[in-house]
Design a protein around this ligand. Structure first.
Ligand SMILES: [Zn+2]
Length: 284
């Protein structure tokens, strides 16, 4: 199969991304780069506005501290300055998120992990999720086509997996799709907080600010009901994972720390598969 597909074999993007995903990688990069340019322009505009308000403040008459009109004016200018500073902070956060999104995508594309990442834009909305397909050894990243906020959200989950911040586990024994694995023991609210923040930077403004995308507000979304706050990762001790989940794991407790710090993720997945626990939820 690989020999029959020269794009796969000579894939300049690296062989951790499936051939079908190459176009989506490029689309995403183009989109993010465009948004970086726009955001930089917004920051320049805000800087100019801040300078203008500062100049106005400096030009207030000496009576600015005693004259009632000047006091009012000073107060209103300071208020405006605070708003502008807060806007600038948010746009700078956008910029950081956007640049990080490109760096993370690069990490996935050049990953030496034996796992393949497949991006699948969907024609229907509401199919945004990331799963591990045990029969193809692929991480399937699905999102409503053209929605780069959703794509960025799911891509960030893929990066979290690559970094050992979350894992996948097998579905319940009676599942109709036994090869499709959902979120494992390390999947937690903190994974979602940063994924929503990433989506926000990419234009999915479901919240009013970065501050609003926090553990409390994400926990309150019904789809994430029951997830531990986290953060849990392969570096968290087994005892701490159990404490966070409020239940025992039947396999050796230490698989989440020392054993996996230098192991391929593939090995990690296989061993997690052996954990007798079907309490997994979908990563969305
Ligand atoms: Zn998510």
């Amino acid at each position: 199969m690989m020999e029959g597909n020269p794009i796969w074999f000579n894939d300049p993007l690296g062989d951790s991304i499936t051939p079908n995903s190459v176009a989506e990688v490029n689309n995403f990069r183009t989109f993010v780069n465009g948004r970086i340019t726009t955001t930089q322009q917004q920051i320049r505009t805000i800087n100019n506005q801040i300078n203008a308000v500062s100049t106005q403040l400096n030009q207030l008459p000496n009576g600015g501290f005693t004259n009632p009109n000047a006091i009012m004016q000073r107060r209103s200018l300071n208020l405006r300055l605070n708003q502008l500073n807060s806007q600038r902070n948010d746009r700078q956060r956008d910029l950081t998120e956007l640049q990080t999104a490109l760096a993370e995508l690069n990490t996935l594309v050049t990953s030496t992990s034996p796992i393949f990442y497949e991006m699948s834009p969907q024609a229907q909305p509401g199919i945004n999720r990331i799963v591990y397909n045990n029969s193809t050894n692929r991480i399937e990243i699905k999102y409503f086509q053209g929605n780069r906020g959703l794509q960025g959200h799911e891509l960030h989950h893929a990066f979290q997996f690559d970094q050992g911040e979350l894992d996948f586990g097998p579905p319940a024994a009676n599942s109709l799709t036994p090869n499709i694995w959902g979120g494992g023991n390390l999947y937690d609210i903190s994974d979602e907080v940063s994924a929503y923040q990433r989506g926000y930077a990419l234009g999915r403004r479901l919240f009013n600010s970065y501050q609003d995308i926090n553990t409390n507000n994400i926990s309150n979304m019904p789809r994430y009901n029951g997830l531990p706050a986290g953060p849990l990762s392969v570096r968290t001790s087994g005892a701490d994972v159990e404490r966070a989940l409020g239940r025992q794991l039947t396999r050796n407790r230490v698989i989440w720390n020392n054993t996996y710090s230098n192991q391929p993720i593939r090995q990690f997945i296989q061993d997690v598969n052996n954990v007798q626990n079907n309490n997994y939820s979908r990563i969305r």
